[in-house]
Design a protein around this ligand. Structure first.
Ligand code: GLN
Length: 490
């Protein structure tokens, strides 16, 4: 059993293809692993019966010679994705026991290709957070611990359940979403691979909206190749999302292992921030050396508006969130707390249903959009956003991709930043720029810090050039040879 759960997605698909084991056996092993991992709190809903039904159906299809690209592979699904007939809450009390009558396009694509659903994964409420502590279901615990210590660490957020489930071998891969870093930062904190594709690559239909102009789905996986396999299935045009791109999906896995010789890699000098641990800088230098060894040319570049990215993000994202979350009024679905009149019912429902961080975002978002402040904050932030995108355009005249750290620290303790929203927001310093510009970004596990905790490096690509990121990610993965696994304590 433990052997089946320690396989990569790629190896598991090969084992299913050559009949070393069935999907039912593979799925049962993962169902058992999930059931035994309660202390991690990675799943908010386990669907073992559904998983085994899907596995048996996958085995039958394979026997008929109709196997899809993910046939029989058990996956975890972030609770932000609506799943037909299966409770979907965005980890908010306001959605209560909401059971969608429809399936998100991304998950539908995975099922079309034969994947199996193990259940729904924990996350920050409405994907707002960097530590998975704002979830209505309580925090997720990182399977990694600092050497010789028992303190519980955050897996990052908002896709903390996805990252933990993959790192702890509870699933072969997971869906996640990234509005300002929620795929990449948890991947970095847990020694996993995460890619946020170009905006528009994956359909947002059926994904609970946070900030629609920034939200993008992507996978968290054990290896770069696994991430490529998953992203290929998840991507594709969808008429139900007007921002979905009507272009062909490249064969992402074929880019992994390709030579990166001659590629020019930009190192943005503005990503060297004060107070960043020396270890992160050292790892970055190592990454530069690895890519040089692989034949890349290293070029220093400047992204001068980087320092405005975090403030701009924390205006644009809450503004869109305040508008998107207006729909939770207790009238149509989810929680409803009756009041003496309509207004009181709205107020009671929203007061009881939203958590503190979500309320903070709604307040900030409503403020920056209000008459008198709209031009000073929201419009200004949109202008900064344009400048940030221009910075990247300029840099990409000279280079093929950029290399940066993913996050300014390793995983921190649960509760450590909980009372200080600004300290929490600073976690996103290297990731939000990519969302503001709509570009693809990938985090690759590249080493451990002095406490034995994983650290990630980020690759940023040109729009629609995920292929180059998969080639570079594969080269970094090979050079870093990151094999450490968290010691099992749960
Ligand atoms: N940590 C960021 C935030 O809280 C990003 C979240 C995300 O990407 N969903 O907004």
């Amino acid at each position: 059993m433990s052997q089946l759960t320690s396989l990569t997605l790629k190896a598991a698909l090969a084992g299913l293809a050559d009949k070393s084991f069935s999907s039912e056996e593979l799925t049962q092993a993962h169902v058992d692993a999930v059931a035994a991992a309660k202390p991690l709190n990675a799943f908010v809903l386990e669907t073992p019966e559904k998983a085994l039904d899907m596995a048996r159906a996958a085995d039958a299809r394979r026997a008929r010679g109709e196997a899809g690209a993910l046939e029989g592979a058990p996956l975890g699904i972030k609770d932000l994705f609506c799943t037909e007939g299966v409770r979907s809450t965005a980890c908010s009390n306001i959605l209560g026991n909401f059971v969608p009558t429809y399936e998100s396009t991304v998950t539908a694509n995975l099922w079309r290709d034969g994947a199996v659903m193990l259940g729904k994964l924990n996350m920050d409420e409405f994907a707002m957070g960097s530590s998975n502590e704002s979830s209505a279901f309580g925090p997720v615990v990182n399977p990694w611990r600092a050497e010789g210590q028992n303190a519980k660490l955050t897996p990052g957020g908002s896709s903390g359940g996805s990252a933990t489930a993959v790192a702890a071998d509870l699933c072969l891969g997971a869906t996640a979403t990234d509005t300002g870093g929620s795929i990449r930062q948890p991947a970095a904190f847990t020694g996993t691979v995460g890619i946020k594709p170009t905006y528009g690559r994956c359909s947002r239909w059926g994904v609970v909206a946070f900030a629609s102009s920034l939200d993008q789905a992507g996978p968290i996986a054990k290896t770069v190749e696994d991430a490529a396999i998953l992203l290929k299935s998840m991507s594709g045009h969808d008429a139900k999302d007007s921002t979905s791109l009507d272009i062909e999906v490249p064969d992402f896995p074929s880019f992994v292992g390709k030579s990166v010789k001659g590629l020019r890699i930009g190192i943005p000098k503005e990503y060297r921030v004060d107070g960043m641990p020396a270890e992160i800088d050292e790892l970055w230098e190592k990454g530069i050396a690895w890519l040089k060894d692989a034949g890349c040319e290293i070029v220093e570049v400047s992204l001068p508006h980087t320092k405005y990215a975090l403030p701009a993000y924390y205006i644009v994202a809450p503004a869109e969130a305040s508008s998107n979350l207006a729909r939770y009024d207790g009238m149509r679905y989810g929680l409803r707390v009756e009041g003496a009149n309509l207004t009181e019912t709205y107020v009671n429902t929203r007061a009881a249903g939203f958590g503190t961080e979500v309320k903070r975002r709604i307040l900030i978002g409503t403020y920056v959009l209000s008459a008198g402040y709209y031009d000073a904050y929201y419009v200004k932030a949109l202008k900064v956003r344009r400048r940030i995108a221009d910075d990247f355009d300029q840099a990409f005249q000279k280079v093929d991709a950029l290399l940066t750290p993913t996050a300014p620290s390793a995983a921190f303790g649960l509760g450590e930043n909980a009372d200080d929203p600004v300290a929490m927001y600073l976690n996103d310093i290297f990731t939000v720029t990519v969302n503001l510009a709509g570009l693809p970004g990938m985090s690759i596990p590249a080493g451990v810090d002095h406490k034995g905790l994983p650290l990630g490096l980020q690759l940023i690509g040109k729009a629609l050039d995920e292929g180059t990121l998969f080639s570079l990610g594969g080269a970094l993965e090979k050079a870093a040879d990151f094999r450490a696994k968290p010691a099992r304590w749960w």
